[in-house]
Design a protein around this ligand. Sequence first.
Ligand SMILES: CC(C)(COP(=O)(O)OP(=O)(O)OC[C@H]1O[C@@H](n2cnc3c(N)ncnc32)[C@H](O[C@H]2O[C@H](COP(=O)(O)OP(=O)(O)OP(=O)(O)O)[C@@H](O)[C@H]2O)[C@@H]1O)[C@@H](O)C(=O)NCCC(=O)NCCS
Ligand SMILES: Nc1ncnc2[nH]cnc12
Length: 292
Amino acid sequence: MTTSALRRHPGGSAPDTAGIGRDAIRALYAELALHPKPGLVSPLDSGSHDDMDMATFMRSLFALRGYFRDIATAGAEGADFDVLRGLGIEAERRMLAATGGINTHRGAIFSLGLLAAASGALKHEGQSLAGPALGEAVTRRWGQALVAAGIQARDSDSHGARAIRRYQVRGAREEAAEGFPLVFGTALPALEEVLARTGCLERALVQTLFTLMSVLEDTNLLHRGGTEGLGFVRDGARRFLDAGGVLMPGWRERALALHRDCVARHLSPGGSADLLAATWFVHHQRSGAERT
Ligand SMILES: CC(C)(COP(=O)(O)OP(=O)(O)OC[C@H]1O[C@@H](n2cnc3c(N)ncnc32)[C@H](O[C@H]2O[C@H](COP(=O)(O)OP(=O)(O)OP(=O)(O)O)[C@@H](O)[C@H]2O)[C@@H]1O)[C@@H](O)C(=O)NCCC(=O)NCCS
Ligand SMILES: Nc1ncnc2[nH]cnc12
């Protein structure tokens, strides 16, 4: 559908879905370029990954450049979850083609895709993006379908589904169906506090990543290291934060120490990396809305 057809919503406007798409890619790049990031791929090194590096992720980002724009347009058009799922599966296919079969952004395609769709929907209807509006829009529009998809996927063979079955934890779908409570209730306050106190984006993103790592039931960590691996990362992140986090001198060395420990244990908090990008995206969408 052309954007002119989007103009018909009373009180709304044709949302800049290309701009929403660019913001999503920028959020994923901000996550990728950040370091230190315990166990994760960054310009520093490939973390706990033998099969992917910065170049792999850059190819993945390039392959996804149209997806976030398209799913934002679908949200603006009032698409149901089946339409979003189709776009997501096609995006996963393009990601795998670009990376030679490596799973770089499967979780981000899902989480950031839903938030981009919600942004397109709210902007099309002329509704506020303030506070938890974007998360609430995901729950209101697609929450039931997400819960149903989660029940249906319980028997799938994905790493996440196996971790959910074995350890009885929430996964990406539950986080989304509930409106991303960790993003809105935990990560965004951490990001905005450090931004307000330091004005430093790098430190704000590191603090936010460690905050997510300290609480998230990351199915990647469970898949790779079981409850011991998840506990190791959570405890290490909590110790970093309890020592003052990025607000204390020597924070970078402390963060690098946990990075080295995660690499030694082959642990990678990929779920937290995705939600860090989602947090930056929501912050940017909300501040952008205030600017206009
Ligand atoms: C809902 C889906 C994400 C599928 O989820 P599922 O539960 O089936 O499991 P996975 O396929 O494993 O995907 C889960 C990915 O989600 C991220 N994640 C993990 N825990 C959480 C959490 N608690 N909250 C939110 N997100 C979470 C994480 O993604 C990142 O890590 C991956 C890279 O790490 P790595 O360990 O290398 O991954 P693997 O290759 O699996 O392991 P190795 O072989 O390398 O050891 C990467 O995906 C990051 O993004 C989890 O991996 C969703 O994909 C789905 O349902 N898709 C179907 C289409 C659809 O409905 N789309 C909707 C579009 S809006
Ligand atoms: N930087 C990163 N390294 C490893 N897995 C990730 N998943 C999302 N971002 C990632």
